[in-house]
Ligand binder design. Structure first.
Ligand code: FDA
Ligand code: NAD
Length: 434
């Protein structure tokens, strides 16, 4: 059995891994000290591209174009970069066993990897309809999207089913981004989701009404308040129809499912403390086990601003938590203190010509401002969330970089609101003057 040993091992080769590697190099790394283990066959890349530019019919994004750290305006870390720095990229390597007590990982091919310090960065996996026993959910051309291999299969199907019918199951991030991407590829798109409006985890009814109207104007059909309960397929096993709980049957050549994600922590069950579905960490991303850190989607960390433990499944936190963990590892080695993680939640999405950003917390009362008429030539609107007389969250569609900066500032500073009616009238001007 082959055995390797590294001072630092990052388990998972996604967004967090790439940003962690850059931070290690920045703070001082000797060749041979760091390994990144990934079951994907490519070096870390900016995952958000998979549901956006990767699916464009023309000028599609392809690797090496979107390796980390281009997503945040940094230098692109090509596979050669890791080689130059003496970082071992163990690609196509799935870890099937992790023994935190003996600091040992075992790969599917029986390679043993020992470490001094481990960073868990395994991210999330998709929730599958077969997990809830939906009949026929294993038919061909039913797609999920998490990794680049999934995106390649979807692109091949889009080409094979040119001008065909697509059904999107789920009205969250994947649903909205993929609904748009498939429409741009000229498929006839229907979206289905159980809630009264899309993205209910973040959107208010007012925000969602804009996107639903905009999508409808693009020719996307939206069916709400029901779920897929089964799929029909032909003799080749290719999906032909989606059966809904309300009795409707939708013809389908392609189905894309986005019904949520689940952090990948099964390897560590029973070995490390968990909270809120993730691995519990402190403000330095240290877990309950010495020398083991957890970052990105898997970490449930103290969100200082709101004084509670949270898990965040977005790329900005993946990048920043990775950098924080590496800073903490290096500082501990040098016996220096560093500041605790102080994160301002930041989420965004893009589809068609639209682009929104959200900062802060979506709790409390809401005030919608601006033009949210989906038929306007240049719609621009937003929402403030107000809790205990203070603005705690801000959403903005079609903001300029300056405007987005100002809403981030508002969410961070939490200015008091004397008069909600005045705030509604002022709209974005309120944020711009903070
Ligand atoms: P990430 O999922 O990036 O990486 C985990 C890696 O670990 C993967 O390479 C995986 O193969 C590997 N791995 C897992 N288990 C393993 C094992 N046992 N052995 C070896 N390797 C293993 N966010 C946002 O803010 N804006 C956006 O626009 C988008 N868009 C977006 C699109 C799509 C299609 C997805 C799937 C996700 C987004 N996100 C997003 C979310 C964002 O991409 C996500 O939060 C980060 O990628 C999380 O980074 P991590 O490094 O934690 O996991
Ligand atoms: P999500 O949690 O955003 O949305 C899940 C949606 O699934 C719900 O809103 C609901 O409409 C729907 N749903 C649940 N059960 C259903 C059922 N039985 N039938 C039909 N619909 C059902 O999750 P997602 O969109 O699948 O995204 C997966 C992961 O990828 C998340 O971690 C997300 O944060 C991440 N992601 C983020 C972005 C972004 O930040 N822009 C983009 C893509 C993906």
């Amino acid at each position: 059995m082959a055995e390797k040993h590294f001072k630092y091992v990052i388990l998972g080769g996604g967004v967090a891994a790439g940003y962690a590697a850059r931070e290690f190099v920045k703070l001082g790394l000797n060749p041979g000290e760091l390994a990144i283990i990934s079951k994907e066959s490519v070096a870390p890349y900016e995952r958000p591209a998979l549901s956006k530019g990767y699916l464009f019919p023309q000028g599609a994004a392809r690797l090496p174009g979107f390796h980390v750290c281009v997503g945040s305006g940094g230098e692109r870390l090509l596979p050669e970069w890791y080689a130059e720095k003496g970082i071992e990229l163990m690609l196509g390597t799935e870890i099937v066993k992790a023994d935190l007590a003996s600091k040992t990982l075992t790969s599917a091919a029986d390679v043993i990897i020992k470490y001094d310090i481990l960073i868990i960065a395994t991210g999330s996996t998709v929730i599958r309809l077969s997990d809830f026993g939906v009949q026929g959910a294993d038919a061909n051309n039913i797609f999920y999207l998490r990794e680049i291999d999934d995106a390649d299969k979807l692109v091949a199907a889009i080409h094979a089913k040119k001008d065909g019918k697509a059904v999107i199951v789920g009205g969250g991030y994947i649903g909205l981004e993929l609904g748009a991407a498939l429409k741009i590829n000229n498929l006839d798109v229907t979206m289905v989701y159980p809630e009264p409006w899309c993205m209910p985890r973040l959107f208010t009814a007012g925000i969602a009404a804009f996107y639903e109207g905009y999508y409808a104007n693009k020719g996307i059909k939206i069916i709400k308040g029901t779920v897929a309960v089964g799929f029909d397929s032909d003799a080749n096993g290719d999906v032909t129809a989606v059966r809904l709980k309300d009795g409707r049957v939708l013809e389908a050549d392609i189905v894309v499912v986005g019904v949520g994600g689940r952090p990948l922590i099964t390897l560590f069950k029973g070995q490390v403390e968990e909270e809120k579905g993730g691995i519990k960490t402190d403000g330095f991303f240290k877990t309950s086990i010495p020398d083991v850190y957890a970052v990105g989607d898997v970490a449930t960390f103290p969100l200082k601003l709101y004084n509670e433990q949270r898990r965040v499944e977005h790329v900005d936190h993946a990048r920043k938590s990775a950098e924080q963990a590496v800073k903490a590892i290096k500082a501990a080695e040098e016996g220096k203190p560093i500041e605790e993680y102080d994160y301002l939640p930041y989420f965004y999405s893009r589809s068609f010509d639209l682009s929104w950003q959200f900062y802060g917390d979506n709790v409390g009362d809401t005030i919608l401002f601006g033009d949210n008429d989906p038929t306007s030539a240049k719609p621009k609107f937003g929402t403030y969330w107000i809790k205990e007389g203070k603005v705690v969250g801000v959403f903005l569609e079609s903001g300029s970089p300056e405007e987005n900066k100002s809403i981030a500032k508002v969410a961070k500073l939490q200015p008091p609101v004397q008069d909600p009616e005045q705030l509604e009238k002022e709209g974005l001007a309120f944020a711009s003057k903070i």
